[in-house]
Design a protein around this ligand. Sequence first.
Ligand code: 13P
Ligand code: SF4
Length: 311
Amino acid sequence: IDPTVKLTEEIIRLKMEKNAVILSHYYVDADLQDIADFVGDSLQLAQAAAKTEADIIVFVGVHFMAETAKIINPSKKVILPDLKAGCSLAESAPIEKFRAFKAQYPDHKVISYINCTADLKTVTDVVCTSSNAVKVVESFPKDQKLIFAPDKNLGNYLNSLTGRNMVLWDGACMVHEQYSVEKIINLMDENPDAEFIAHPECERPVLLLAKHIGSTSSLLNYVQESPAQKFIVATESGILHQMKKACPNKLFIPAPANDSTCACNDCSYMKLNSLQKLYICMKHELPEVQLPDEVIELAKKPILRMMEISK
Ligand code: 13P
Ligand code: SF4
């Protein structure tokens, strides 16, 4: 008998008993996507967290996502399977360093990618995700000077799409920076019938090769709509689960990384989540995301502005 069966049953029982909702990001392991009440990209998960009537939100993703759910829903208990599930982008922008950086640009407004700490959100004008970033940038008048943090790759991509000249914070996603342009070109040569698609957290030379660039949900929609039967996918490997489910007859090849010996397409933070940890977390309702009231109050404003803009 599959040893996970009982665990799965227990998680479902605890969910009913405690009136909890499980929200999973596309990058977590397949079993954690399958057990979720809702699987989605960062924006969809924030929207689901805003709408839920559950008493407990169980966030199977990374810390900044659970934090965002808490900021939107301060009266609810928000728990996550592993408190150490961080993010290289969030870690790249500690608040004191960012304050000093921001002070150099007193007439600039700040757009922050949702992949940042709650503290960073407190000094942000509008938050964005990769799904709504263009809309958020364009919500500002053309002559408004802007800072974009913390992802320089997404920021560069947005500058090229919108013709803006946003000042960029020097942060990057450790997963999306691993791809090898040379190996991708070789793979495209070997598979001329395959389409290369990429997440905008990838570096510019990688993005220049892509037929389609988008958030995880946009990439998932694209593979369903495209007549192509084969795709080379430059984003975290977890999304392949939903792609295969949606298109069982299509072939999905993970984009190759510079270092072929590592599991570079896996986000080691996302992969800290497991069914076992999810069960323990739901049983004990720990670890819990807790934030000072003043942080919640300040961080909520740019998130709600983003929600308003992406309606
Ligand atoms: P999206 O799901 O919004 O595309 O974000 C990708 C990501 O890196 C989440 O950590
Ligand atoms: Fe952060 Fe990158 Fe992991 Fe997403 S994939 S959580 S951006 S490190």
